[in-house]
Design a protein around this ligand. Structure first.
Ligand SMILES: [Zn+2]
Ligand SMILES: [Zn+2]
Length: 319
């Protein structure tokens, strides 16, 4: 499924099968998750995409060609597709910030396809048990949620703002860690609130119906107005993490909301170490993804439903 230009519909297309370069592998795609970032690229909210482009950065695939990985092995291809290895960020364990990084399904072709090519060094080994559809959402929603939870610190009470693919996975990780999870959704979003309770949130309701002070807040919804609201909800010393790649402008707010050593930060991308840690954690405490599957050719419909907030959990294309 090919994106010719931002703002246009994805279309079915036959493209040239790329030659493998050294270190690359060819995968048969089993499933590919649909992420809000795909929607931002599709709608032109993120500039500088490769065009035409195959979207998709939550690829579960089987190696069919290439010397770098055993044929037949199942691997995951996440957003981080390549880094330079030599810059100040790469040399200090922060490859997620590499200025020259290339990203799957954005500046590299991704997984809304029958086959994909990936640099073997950035492929993640996956546990054996879960299905392709179950694993796909972990490769971005799960990873960014995991990184955001680490950035949020060790506080006991964690508020999740926007309860979609990432939140429903990170909620399970947080509960495994013995934390209490409160889920904040749009008013009346009963589907998201019931999903939140199913995956272990002790409270779910609308933003503003704050039951108690939070130790940390993670904002997954791309709505800048949530930032001052989340700051107002965290206790002194608490952290507010913005976990999205794109957010509408943040309204100005009184300094009082930040005072008391509150921290406001973002998380960007992922490192391969995040991936290894997440899949280790998941092997110990499996998480269950709520998944809505679509055939590959219905990618545009999946994106439409995501834009409308109609997906319960994560959308996944099955190939
Ligand atoms: Zn670098
Ligand atoms: Zn993503």
């Amino acid at each position: 499924m090919l994106l010719d230009a931002p703002g246009t519909k994805l279309r079915e297309a036959e493209i040239r099968r790329p030659e493998l370069r050294p270190g690359e592998v060819r995968l048969r795609v089993g499933a590919c998750g649909v992420c809000r970032t795909d929607l931002h690229i599709r709608d032109g909210e993120l500039a500088d995409a490769k065009l035409p482009l195959v979207l998709g950065h939550q690829i579960v695939g089987t190696v069919i060609e290439g010397d770098a990985l055993a044929a037949g092995s199942r691997v995951g291809v996440p957003w981080l597709g390549w880094t330079c290895g030599t810059c100040r960020y790469c040399r200090t364990g922060r490859e997620n910030l590499c200025d020259r990084a290339r990203f799957t399904g954005y500046t590299l072709d991704g997984g809304y396809a029958e086959e994909a090519v990936a640099d073997a060094r950035y492929c993640l080994p996956l546990p054996d048990g879960p299905s392709d559809e179950q694993l796909a959402p972990l490769l971005c929603a799960g990873l960014i949620g995991y990184r955001a939870l680490r950035a949020a610190g060790d506080g006991e009470i964690v508020g999740l703002y926007g309860f979609g693919a990432a939140a429903h996975l990170v909620a399970q990780l947080a509960v495994h860690e013995g934390r209490r999870v409160l889920a904040f959704t749009r008013p009346g979003d009963v589907a998201a609130q019931s999903l939140a309770r199913e995956v272990g949130a002790e409270w779910a309701g609308a933003v503003g119906e704050r039951p108690e002070e939070l130790d940390a807040a993670i904002i997954f919804a791309p709505a800048g107005e949530l930032v001052p609201q989340a700051l107002a909800a965290v206790a002194k010393g608490g952290t507010v993490v913005c976990a999205g790649i794109h957010m509408s402008p943040i309204p100005s707010f009184p300094y009082e909301l930040l005072w008391g050593e509150r921290v406001l930060r973002s998380v960007a991308n992922l490192t391969r170490e995040d991936g290894r840690e997440l899949f280790r954690a998941v092997a110990e405490h499996p998480v269950r993804a709520a998944v809505e599957t679509f055939p590959l050719t219905a990618a545009e419909e999946a994106l439409d439903r995501l834009r409308d907030g109609a997906i319960r959990g994560a959308a996944v294309l099955t190939v």
